[in-house]
Design a protein. Structure first.
Length: 289
């Protein structure tokens, strides 16, 4: 049982297995070649979904065209995940290690979850765009907050608009709700009433707490790094000063010896040795009578 579980969950290729090594190389090459294309498709999917949600003047024919275009891109996503799984050294383990990709592909297939299709674009943009490695950590966090706010706003607006008793009826309301929810403030002025809206809310709360933790950890790491750097600079300066003093003392000793001053030792005999402790008397002095 343990061996089966390890086989399912271990996604790393065995370096002693030539077939797995070749498969891993083919998978890496495919992901490098297609990363930019898949990112563009994810952005295109997100743009289409934005028009689908935000443009209230679209006719039924226009909505059908947008729906068809998104379905075409979705099929490409399915083909991409299928091909990556086939190329992977361990097929089942690859799917186990990419659950969000599987969920993002499965969401549009369920009619009840079609309002969450924005997750498909978001997940593909993150998973395939990670190979592009753009920006530093701080920039990535800012981008993640803005991106997550936009995605959740689209999803909750699509879920809530037109529902009975819904408060979120505009994109501005959706953005405000997303920011308040992600910051875990929870004013309660806007509350999702639909099932899909509440699913979005739960996901946003979890991810929002994670992002806040990441921001706090990044700030703490930056402060500690700066303080430790200054401390190391101070220690280096002290060491340099001590070495300079030792050099000067040694030079003075040598100059005094050359001048004929007696009672001095050579610099080499004492520079590296610690100072001797004062000698103790063999017998303590007797108390005065």
């Amino acid at each position: 049982m343990d061996r089966l579980w390890a086989h399912i969950t271990d996604n790393k290729s065995d370096p002693d297995n030539p077939r797995q090594v070749r498969a891993q190389g083919r998978l890496d090459a495919y992901e490098r070649r297609t990363a930019l294309v898949m990112v563009f498709l994810a952005v295109g999917y997100l743009v289409l979904y934005s028009f689908y949600v935000l443009d209230e003047g679209l006719t039924s024919e226009g909505l059908d065209r947008l729906d068809t275009a998104m379905n075409v891109i979705w099929v490409v996503f399915i083909a991409d995940l299928t091909l990556r799984t086939v190329l992977a050294p361990k097929h089942i383990a690859y799917l186990v290690h990419h659950p969000l990709d599987v969920i993002a592909v499965a969401v549009p297939a369920f009619r009840v979850l079609r309002v969450l299709r924005v997750l498909t674009a978001g997940q593909w943009l993150i998973s395939r765009g990670s190979r592009l490695r753009v920006g530093r950590t701080a920039t990535a966090v800012v981008f993640a907050v803005a991106f997550l706010t936009y995605l959740s706003s689209l999803a909750v607006l699509n879920a809530e608009r037109g529902a009975k008793g819904a408060d979120i009826e505009s994109f501005g309301d959706a953005v405000w709700w997303s920011l308040v929810t992600m910051a875990t403030v929870g004013y309660g002025d806007y509350v999702p009433v639909t099932t899909n809206g509440r699913i979005v809310a739960v996901g946003l709360m979890v991810v929002g707490i994670s992002l806040l933790g990441l921001v706090g950890a990044s700030v703490a790491s930056a402060v500690v790094t700066r303080i430790s750097g200054r401390a190391q600079e101070g220690q280096s300066a002290v060491k340099e000063d001590l070495e300079a003093l030792r050099t000067e003392i040694a030079a003075l000793r040598q100059a005094l010896l050359d001048a004929g001053v007696t009672g001095l030792t050579r610099p080499s005999e004492t520079d590296s040795a610690p100072p001797a402790s004062p000698a103790r008397p063999a017998h303590p002095p007797s108390p005065p009578e």
